[in-house]
Design a protein around this ligand. Structure first.
Ligand code: ATP
Length: 254
């Protein structure tokens, strides 16, 4: 199942924020969307999820225009985790994750739904926290629960808008490692698209990178090919270096 944007342009409040974005994402692996603040990363993710209608161009899932896919089928094809989920803090972790199954059961959960919730709780190591309410979790634990909710939707595509913000390195790496594992496990592998600011995490875990700048596609390709000081310096308009430590590339602002 490929995800494409064809000459995608998005206007918000009459102002163009994305222009002529052409992308083709193959299934599997992690794709990181990076770029300066205000470049249009969240806008692109929301457009890919069908929450913003294109001003021009199209988003295509497996060759089909997203606008022609019914909401139920869309919800079974892709899960979007936005920055502001707006759910009540009194919800338990297990209820939150079960909530993600709604498009599948519409209020009448069955065996498959319960199995998906149990799998998400196990995959994201949330067993000891399952009965806790969201307001009784640390920021990192809460983020993990939200990512698990997206995972429990068992969609081929998982779109995550800055799920690592406010996480310390241990939690950030923990979530990325889990996403990395589930994006390459055979026929059930999920395809993950993630908006991220942490370039260290990107260099380490992303298979592909999409760079956005001023609402335009700055570049897209294999992470190893793009993570160079020259490309990052031009993307961020600030001097960037890429150090190599223990065989790993570590980008940083010089
Ligand atoms: N709801 C909205 N209404 C109008 N304009 C918006 C809205 N949301 C975002 N924008 C504008 O669209 C542009 C792109 O914003 P977007 O949030 O997609 O960027 P971003 O790359 O995700 O930024 P950041 O890294 O700061 O989160 C910005 O100029 C922003 O002001």
């Amino acid at each position: 199942m490929t995800f494409e944007t064809c000459n995608l342009s998005i206007t918000r409040d009459g102002v163009p924020v994305l222009e002529g974005i052409d992308l083709s994402l193959p299934p599997g692996g992690i794709t990181a969307i990076i770029g300066p603040n205000g470049a249009g990363k969240s806008t692109l993710l929301h457009a890919m999820a069908g929450l913003l209608s294109p001003h021009a161009g199209a988003v295509r899932l497996n060759g089909r225009d997203l606008s022609g896919i019914q909401p139920g089928e869309r919800a079974r094809s892709l899960a979007l985790l936005t920055q502001d989920q707006g759910v009540t803090a009194r919800l338990t972790v297990a209820d939150l994750i079960a909530f993600g199954r709604w498009p599948h059961h519409q209020g009448r959960p069955g065996h498959e739904d319960r199995a998906a919730v149990a799998d998400a709780i196990e995959t994201f190591d949330l067993g000891p926290l399952a009965a806790r309410t969201l307001d009784a979790l640390s920021g990192g634990q809460r983020q993990r629960a939200f990512v698990a909710m997206a995972y429990a939707q068992t969609t081929p595509w998982i779109l995550l808008d800055e799920p690592l913000s406010a996480l310390d390195p241990r939690y950030a790496h923990d979530i990325m490692r889990r996403l990395h594992d589930l994006s390459r496990t055979g026929p059930d592998a999920r395809s993950v698209v993630i908006v991220v600011h942490d370039l260290g995490v990107t260099a380490r875990f992303a298979d592909r990178v999409i760079g956005l700048k001023d609402g335009k596609l700055f570049g897209a390709g294999e992470t190893g090919d793009l993570m160079t000081s020259d490309w990052l310096t031009r993307l961020y308009d600030t001097p960037m270096e890429v150090a190599e430590v223990g065989g790993r590339k570590i980008p940083f602002a010089a």
